[in-house]
Design a protein around this ligand. Sequence first.
Ligand code: NAI
Length: 267
Amino acid sequence: MAKFDLKGRRALVTGGARGIGASIAEALAAAGASVMIGDVLADLGRETAARLSASGAKVGFVPLDVTKDGDWASAAETTVKELGGFDILVNNAGIEITSLVVDVNADDLRRMLDVNVAGTLLGMKHAFRAMRPGGSAGNGGAVVNIASVAATIAFPAISGYSATKSAVDRATRVAAMESGKLGYGVRVNCIYPGLVPTDMGMKLAHDIVAAGLAPSVEAAVGDVVGQTPLGRLGEVGDMADVVVFLCSDAARFITGAGIAVDGGMGM
Ligand code: NAI
């Protein structure tokens, strides 16, 4: 049974084709929301939407490259058209390109800034336009940005990624402030996931080994677990449940917050 009620809410989840985003889409739908998955992986995105729809929920797919303003405009419009409104945005799409500082590559840094930072800010732009009074959806809402524990503590070989996730963290606060002061009625929060063994999480573990920072993937993962007071890696559902909470009325007085969902790793 859903822990929080999102019946009647209309959500767009970026990067929802797989990993944490797919779990967030599933959890939002289980709580009663209708959901659009926006992703660059069209085949997988459609497949995930069809899988989640099988339980009776309304889950659709819209092609979306979060770095493109035009894609955002049409994804927001499609969400309003397909779902009848737009109340929830989860800015989950992200990329991680591992590098030691001595090997930093400017193109890789620009790519991460583009997806992680510009993608998140463009998403908030279009969500605010749709959700603020007079917008196409016009009834307030909630935005949750997926930052990272890397925005709160140092982890080797991810300096560029950490910088982009720190930027997401700060941009979340500014957006929450603007929305409050300008009366948009949109709450804006972020979460800091710990390591989750998705495609991205496991690639990072392999990269840590390749960078000479751990003798094996098992050792790399073991180091993270050892630094985690709750003694395990994160699961996609750990992230999704907190996102559902932040989107729900139970979080009605929470905005501009960042919640660590990392088993205590970043405390
Ligand atoms: P993943 O790599 O498994 O999935 C990312 C999804 O984002 C994919 O479906 C991908 O196609 C999509 N995506 C990438 N670039 C895009 C673009 N330009 N436009 C639209 N969609 C795009 O990654 P995972 O692990 O599910 O990560 C989800 C979020 O959680 C990311 O923001 C990541 O930085 C964050 N995170 C992940 C952690 C982990 O250990 N897995 C830890 C902390 C944060």
